[in-house]
Ligand binder design. Structure first.
Ligand SMILES: [Ca+2]
Ligand SMILES: [Ca+2]
Length: 79
């Protein structure tokens, strides 16, 4: 019984590690991210001479920051 519990704990740890790895892959590495928090703020977006109107289109979850997946989706929408 104790052995089963240990196996379960190991499985849980492994899935948490996988989730962390996926989040890391979603990191945004972009020169506009001048404070290197892996998000582009509105100030960073405008400072990088990107159109302010496009910020709202790119920020699909409306949290005021462009994360990696949002930026990739916006770039793909640009064609
Ligand atoms: Ca930033
Ligand atoms: Ca966002």
């Amino acid at each position: 019984m104790a052995r089963l519990r240990t196996l379960f704990a190991l499985g849980l740890t492994a899935s948490l590690a996988a989730a962390t790895a996926q989040a890391a892959e979603g990191r945004l590495i972009h020169p506009a991210d001048t404070d290197k928090d892996d998000r582009i703020s509105r100030q960073e977006w405008v400072a990088y001479k990107l159109p302010a109107a496009e910020f709202d289109k790119a920020d699909t979850n409306g949290d005021g920051l462009i994360n990696g997946p949002e930026f990739v989706a916006w770039r793909q929408a640009q064609g």
